[in-house]
Design a protein around this ligand. Structure first.
Ligand SMILES: NC(=O)c1ccc[n+]([C@@H]2O[C@H](COP(=O)([O-])OP(=O)(O)OC[C@H]3O[C@@H](n4cnc5c(N)ncnc54)[C@H](OP(=O)(O)O)[C@@H]3O)[C@@H](O)[C@H]2O)c1
Length: 306
């Protein structure tokens, strides 16, 4: 399993992580099997959030961790908070600390390796978040911090008051979700793709040594479905299949390898709850695409190059 260094830290993590957003659909026995399959593959990073399955996903993971032949310290366990579903985003000190306490209890662990703020809160007071992070770190409940779905200026604003260096920004990214790249190719043009939706987050992350975690790597649109084997994307599937045949892997591995080929050193968050799919998808961390293969896939996904 390829590894990456997280942010500016010395933590070495697997290039693919297991996201447990959908784990509420599993029994503890199924979750245990999935966790053991992940560790066998060399995956040492878990991503959850307090809202996944209304908290149930983290609970099932916690039960699986107790049953599995896996020790807590073999894993980096990350969770996210700051969303009150359907009501508001909440980066108040009380909410952040309560979110972490809730996750520690559900996951059955006494510390998180990383805690991320899930979506930007327009009412964020960076000084207040800083007091929450300090308290969480001082109490040993959280070791590292990050954000999710933030743009570069939002990162800067928060970072300006923090005593800890932010390590991660989690963003949707994959072959059918490449807005953060399209803009770079179309700079100084007048077409739609020249519009910057993301504030050049990839360049920012490279300059500031922030790891981008790519969420929903096989989805298109906003949870519209996955593009693997989807008849809506014949050219992309044909291009992935050609490379998969050459490299003796599955198409999903090609889609994973496409993200990992980027020099920003993304970490890919895999959301499958099926151990067989997990093995297929993670195989992308064992192969390296050439520059031309990477561009061929980008074009097959319906993009153009000026
Ligand atoms: N920060 C955020 O705002 C945010 C938002 C969404 C998600 N996330 C994180 O990202 C993780 C991944 O998200 P996701 O679940 O949407 O990502 P995903 O891995 O792109 O999609 C998962 C879906 O694809 C299917 N799938 C995966 N591999 C497959 C394969 N080889 N063949 C056929 N079907 C396959 C899965 O079905 P099976 O289970 O049947 O394989 C599942 O329905 C989440 O668990 C969460 O940790 C973060």
């Amino acid at each position: 399993m390829k590894t990456i260094q997280l942010g500016a830290s010395h933590l070495s993590a697997s290039a693919v992580a297991l996201g447990i957003m959908r784990m509420d659909a599993l029994t503890t026995t199924q979750a245990t099997e999935l966790l053991e399959a992940a560790v066998d593959l060399g995956i040492n990073y878990i991503d959850s959030a307090d809202i996944y399955g209304g908290g149930r996903s983290s609970e099932i993971f916690g039960s699986a961790l107790k049953q599995a032949s896996v020790q807590r310290d073999q894993l980096y366990i990350q969770s996210k908070g700051g969303i009150v579903p359907g009501k508001r985003y909440d980066f108040s000190k009380e909410h952040i600390i309560a979110a972490v306490d809730g996750e520690l209890q559900r996951l059955g662990v006494d510390y998180l390796d990383a805690f991320l703020l899930h979506r930007p809160d327009a009412l964020m007071e960076p000084e207040e978040v800083a007091t929450a992070f300090d308290a969480l770190q001082a109490s040993g409940k959280v070791r590292h911090f990050g954000v999710s779905n933030f743009n570069p200026l939002q990162v800067d604003l928060l970072q300006s008051e923090l005593n800890q260096r932010l390590m991660i920004n989690q963003l949707q990214f994959g072959l059918m979700h490449t807005g953060a790249l399209d803009f770079g190719f179309h700079t100084n043009m007048q077409d739609d793709r020249s519009i910057d939706h993301d504030g050049q987050m990839i360049e920012y992350a490279r300059l500031h040594r922030l790891t981008i975690q790519a969420w929903s790597p096989y989805q298109y649109g906003s949870f519209a479905g996955i593009f693997l084997d989807n008849p809506k994307f014949p050219e992309l599937n044909a291009a992935m299949q050609r490379l998969a045949d050459e490299k003796h892997v599955n198409k999903a591995a090609i889609a994973t390898a496409w993200i990992l080929r980027h020099p920003a050193q993304f970490q890919v968050i895999l959301g499958t709850m099926n151990p067989k799919h997990l093995r297929e998808n993670a195989a992308g961390a064992e192969i390296e695409l050439t520059r031309q293969e990477w561009y061929d896939l980008y074009l097959a996904a319906g993009n153009d190059l000026p």
